[in-house]
Design a protein around this ligand. Sequence first.
Ligand SMILES: Nc1ncnc2c1ncn2[C@@H]1O[C@H](COP(=O)(O)OP(=O)(O)O)[C@@H](O)[C@H]1O
Ligand SMILES: [Mg+2]
Length: 279
Amino acid sequence: MNLAKFDNFYYRYKGNEEYALNNINLNIEDNENNIILLCGETGSGKTSLIRCMNGLIPQFYAGFYKGKVYIQGKDTTETPIADLSTEVGIVFQNPENQLISMNVEHEIAFGLENLGVPPKEISYRIKESASLTEIEHILDKAPFELSGGEQQRVAIASILVLEPKILILDEPTALLDPYMARKIINLLQEIKGEKNITVLISEHRLDLILPFTDQLILMKNGGVIEHGSCEKVINGKNFQNLRLNKPVIYSIFSKLKKENLYNKNIPTSIPEAIKSLKM
Ligand SMILES: Nc1ncnc2c1ncn2[C@@H]1O[C@H](COP(=O)(O)OP(=O)(O)O)[C@@H](O)[C@H]1O
Ligand SMILES: [Mg+2]
């Protein structure tokens, strides 16, 4: 079954003339255990696409829509947001807006308590997700006392405990310094390995995320212009033409290709580049 499926979906926010999402057709397959990167210029519709995946669009945001979005076969216009949230865990852009409890442990327990999970199971799941996100030492702190990187980890942990099929993060490193950003990306890679879930991430720091990306979704002007394997998409014209901060390694190898000094696929990481040059 499809994890998420968009069928000719259009959406525009109330008061806007333009469609934020313009005829989206997209399939995200289940059990792919992939990191999927959502990529596009600012305003291209990434956040809006993510808001569709737990029904916030069209149920919470006022606006006009056409077409369908299904999450695990469930129509998102008819399924309560609370039900979709157990399948799709979303960490939105400003984690501090999402953190509402007096301490981190309660924050993580909150969603599980609402779902009526037994206390024993709750404490087991908190331990597990706190250990994975490395926040065991701050469980009794208040979320507002934490650094941006810690808040981001807590936000991720509080979603992970719900054991979603797909974890979605909207620009999780936007507010972090390069060191913390790298740690968050490494964490996502670990989560993918340990939890066997699909991770969908909207992220501008392509240099950090591309080496771990399995699939790429490119957005432009509210439309999905390409969806495929990372290798295929970054070697195509659509990626080349997007106005994004390309990774250094991409820029070097595409230049070499242009000058006919290199004729293989553009690599996404230094180890891959070395491998490709040795072949
Ligand atoms: N809450 C909102 N109300 C009205 N318009 C919005 C809202 N959120 C986004 N938009 C508009 O929708 C379009 C797509 O934005 P967005 O999905 O945030 O793109 P991205 O995440 O790629 O930057 C933009 O034109 C933006 O101004
Ligand atoms: Mg956005």
